[in-house]
Design a binder for this molecule. Sequence first.
Ligand SMILES: NC(=O)c1ccc[n+]([C@@H]2O[C@H](COP(=O)([O-])OP(=O)(O)OC[C@H]3O[C@@H](n4cnc5c(N)ncnc54)[C@H](OP(=O)(O)O)[C@@H]3O)[C@@H](O)[C@H]2O)c1
Length: 198
Amino acid sequence: MKISIIGAGAIGSAIARKLAQNGIQATIANSRGPESLKALTDELGPNITAVSLQEATQADLVFVAANWNRLSSALKDAGSWQGRILVDANNAVEVPSYQAVDLGGRASSEVVADWAAGARVVKAFNHLLARVLDSDPQVNGGHRVLFLAGEDADAKKTVSDLITRLGFAPVDLGGFNESRLVQFPGGPLAILNLVKYD
Ligand SMILES: NC(=O)c1ccc[n+]([C@@H]2O[C@H](COP(=O)([O-])OP(=O)(O)OC[C@H]3O[C@@H](n4cnc5c(N)ncnc54)[C@H](OP(=O)(O)O)[C@@H]3O)[C@@H](O)[C@H]2O)c1
């Protein structure tokens, strides 16, 4: 399975680091082109390769972690999403005010699914602060929890298995409606740093 990441900021680079640390190959793209990611790819080693936005979209599983106000154009510019898994690590928040974007009552992943027509969208990797996501997921014999939610059961199984491989504990919340629980700001599970013990 080919994996890519769109967005190479705080969240995108934390995801890339976790993949690299677990020996999983992936590509990564930002808006400025692969050359601008040399320092990051030099740090992360041979598992992570910088590519164009269009190339990143062609992976089987695409993490997306870009600024909300630039997300719709990034997803539309990315080309066809037909059947690919899109892991929506985004929050609908204005920066730097951290005010919620008015989505007319819709879950943010529903909006993302509209922008990336045909993608199988799974909300995940969005509920922790980047520095927590970037830290060791194994804590005192337990595993840090990552929530996921979405409408496609097969896509959720793939993402859940990947979360486990990265050393986290996946917790499936349900569909897009339940994804509101992890949306920042406002979701009661957003930013909650939980560790699951077997
Ligand atoms: N920071 C956190 O603690 C945190 C926690 C949970 C969720 N989130 C969510 O994760 C998302 C990313 O946040 P962040 O903090 O990682 O942001 P960030 O550090 O500002 O990084 C944003 C990344 O998105 C890329 N990008 C923007 N527009 C793009 C486009 N059109 N095509 C390709 N790449 C594009 C930027 O590339 P360039 O630099 O080349 O423009 C940059 O690499 C947001 O939705 C945020 O709400 C953040």
